[in-house]
Ligand binder design. Structure first.
Ligand code: CA
Length: 226
């Protein structure tokens, strides 16, 4: 089992390396994000231990670039207890697990073994409707060959519509799926965002794929395959 450890605190990196070696892992250590990214891209590892605060590229940038490159090695992130970065953020960016420093070595080993057993996470499938495509893993939206930049909310809204292509979805169901369940603002925020989305995915391409179903909600019209 090969483990890549990316940790800039030399003494901690050394403790992890020696401990994991004793447990039978083959361990490589990199001390900054750029070297870590390079190693993870060049060699096959079963799991990666990735610190967040790293020189050159931080852990978030490393994981984002790995996933963008289609590398799905499971990643356990090491987060500091100071709360500067939160775990939710680590998961959002594609980490598979996290441990808060200082951590118990026994727990680290157990978590790594669990991640290796689980294997590389399944890359989510690309959603398509006609010439519109949305890649959840790379967070990329395209109309034909044109790449479309969406904000995170717009992206989440389009993902929801594409998962329900051809179906009428109510504003309330959109609100529940795309906004925080505790969101207690005006349901018309959905209308505002549908407007933003139309201006990005439809209007510039002379299309009208998001239909308003009066009094109910919206429907992404099913298109012929591109
Ligand atoms: Ca660090």
């Amino acid at each position: 089992m090969r483990v890549l450890v990316v940790e800039d605190e030399a003494s901690l990196a050394d403790v992890i390396r020696r401990g994991l070696s004793r447990e039978g892992f083959v361990v490589d250590v990199m001390y900054d994000g750029q070297d870590g990214l390079w190693a993870a891209s060049e060699s096959a590892y079963d799991v990666i231990v990735l610190d967040i605060m790293l020189p050159v590229l931080d852990g978030y940038q490393v994981i984002a670039r790995l996933r963008e490159a289609g590398i799905w090695t499971p990643v356990l992130m090491l987060t500091a207890v100071d709360g500067e970065h939160d775990q939710a953020e680590a998961f959002n960016l594609g980490a598979d697990d996290y441990l808060t420093k200082p951590f118990s070595f026994v727990v680290l080993v157990a978590r790594l073994r669990a991640l290796i057993r689980r294997g590389a996470p399944q890359r989510p499938a690309v959603l398509t409707n006609g010439d519109l495509s949305l890649d959840p893993a790379r967070r990329r939206v395209q109309r034909g060959v044109n790449e479309i930049a969406l904000t995170p909310k717009e992206f989440a809204l389009l993902t929801f519509l594409m998962m329900h292509v051809g179906e009428v979805v109510t504003k309330t169901s959109i609100l529940d799926a795309v906004w925080d369940p505790a969101f207690d603002g005006d349901v018309n925020i959905v209308e505002v965002y549908v407007g933003y989305l139309r201006r990005k995915i439809d209007i510039p391409f002379a299309q009208a794929s998001i239909e308003t179903v009066r009094g109910v909600g919206y429907r992404l019209v099913e298109a012929e395959p591109a």
